[in-house]
Design a protein around this ligand. Sequence first.
Ligand SMILES: N[C@@H](CCC(=O)N[C@@H](CS)C(=O)NCC(=O)O)C(=O)O
Length: 228
Amino acid sequence: MSKPVLYGHPLSPYSRKARLVLLFQGVDHDYEITAPHADNPEFRMASPLGKIPAFKDEHVSFADSSVITHYLSRYYPGEKLLPEGQSDFARSLWFEEYADTIMTPVIGGHLFAEMVLAERLFKRAVIQSDIDKAINEELPVIYAFLDSKLESGAWLAGESLSIGDIAVGGLMLSLYHCGQTVPDSAPKLQDFVERFFALPSVRQVMAEEVQILNVVKYDTPLAARVAA
Ligand SMILES: N[C@@H](CCC(=O)N[C@@H](CS)C(=O)NCC(=O)O)C(=O)O
């Protein structure tokens, strides 16, 4: 029986989310590095819109990081990232939505895309005003909001790690790649980030990303953490 396949790319935040879910749940899989709109027919069957990530197993193939998470939670064994408890379940999905719709445009779009991808991959000039807006206006609001929602030592939706933590914490990797760090005004978020970055699956993904950023000649501050 062939292994499930994840189609995605280490520089894509949504692919990172799906990869982390697979690793946390302990699903043995192949990671096929795939760019958006790649020609591979099996990928295009799974992802008619050409978006990454996509997933394939012996039963079905489909796209979207949130759908992958729900599918794995329902049909695969291992540690589930969708909590059982009613309010934690809703809360974890809400934080995933917050990460996808509020944090990704700022951290993925205004920061990472400009600081890392613009010149190296998109072959265009950096939009400095996007970076400035993220740092001076958008990120302080996100830091304050997340800090206000965290209890000391807990995850975002209760005692156990959930998809909300994976989605929010995953974007913190993009943030730290850009040389930004959570300020002292958000101590509970700082603690969250340190606990998240210390998880073995996160360390594995961080190492993969450092390696690929090295290939595109971006000197990420997270290289020092991987080496430590
Ligand atoms: N809702 C989707 C979003 C996926 C997405 O937008 N992926 C980006 C890469 S990070 C992509 O494939 N962009 C190409 C496009 O939008 O055509 C998910 O959660 O997987």
